[in-house]
Ligand binder design. Structure first.
Ligand code: PGA
Ligand code: MG
Length: 223
């Protein structure tokens, strides 16, 4: 049971929207343009959740470059990736079952909601808008909104301030170790969905206060 929850912070990729299709199309279009080997979806699933730069760097290393070689191509790759992502954002993504219902129920209960993702803010806003999820959130922050991103606690601490809610009363809902580490370090309780990415690992192995097979199971867990 989760007690004393007065606000919630919800992750985006792997928690609200299955964006692997967008990452697949965008990343592989970028790699082709760079003349580098493409990556399969199972590998992308392991690389997602730590921001776009991490994803691109990981894909370049996966394709045979060493760390320094990947770093050398990173600026060029990032520019190409952004162009492709802007053209693709949301086209190959789907909102998970139970998300709309779950967010509506939390809102009806009067909980202020924020979205905190490691996706760049502009892409996050656009995706929430395209999928009809934007109206649920009073705050949206991306991987480029603060000096450090999840798993650092800073984005959650700042989001609690923006929501006017203390960390022990602010639930983090995510799909990955990154979300759980950020939540624990910020002092927020954490619930993890079991259908997301979690860097390719089983999510029940991650320390959390609750595991959810659908987001709309959450309300029954709040006391
Ligand atoms: O790594 C990303 O780009 C997004 O990840 P998140 O929405 O799960 O934080
Ligand atoms: Mg996620």
């Amino acid at each position: 049971m989760l007690r004393g929850i007065r606000a919630a912070i919800v992750d985006l990729d792997g928690t609200m929207v299955d964006t692997l299709g967008d990452f697949d199309v965008t990343l592989n279009a970028t790699l082709r343009e760079l003349g580098r080997p493409v990556v399969v979806r199972a590998d992308i699933e392991r690389m997602v959740g730590k921001g776009s730069m991490h994803l691109i760097r990981s894909a370049l290393v996966h394709g045979g470059l060493d760390g320094a070689g990947a770093q050398e191509r990173l600026d060029e790759a990032w520019a190409i990736y952004q162009r492709h992502y802007a053209a693709t954002n949301g086209a190959h993504s789907e909102v998970y079952a139970g998300v709309d219902e779950g967010l509506r129920a939390l809102r009806e209960r009067g909980l202020p909601l924020a979205c905190v993702t490691n996706k760049p803010l502009a892409f996050a806003r656009e995706l929430l808008q395209a999928k009809g999820l934007a109206p649920f959130f009073s705050q949206v922050f991306g991987g480029d909104s603060f000096a450090r991103s999840k798993p650092d606690p800073l984005p959650l601490i700042e989001t609690c301030k923006a929501l006017g809610s203390e960390p022990p009363h602010t639930l983090m809902v995510g799909d990955s170790l990154n979300d759980a580490l950020a939540a624990r370090a910020a002092g927020c309780p954490v619930a993890l969905v079991t259908y997301g990415y979690n860097h390719g690992e089983p999510v029940r192995g991650v320390d959390a206060d609750a595991y959810l097979d659908r987001l709309d199971e959450l309300l029954a867990r709040l006391q």
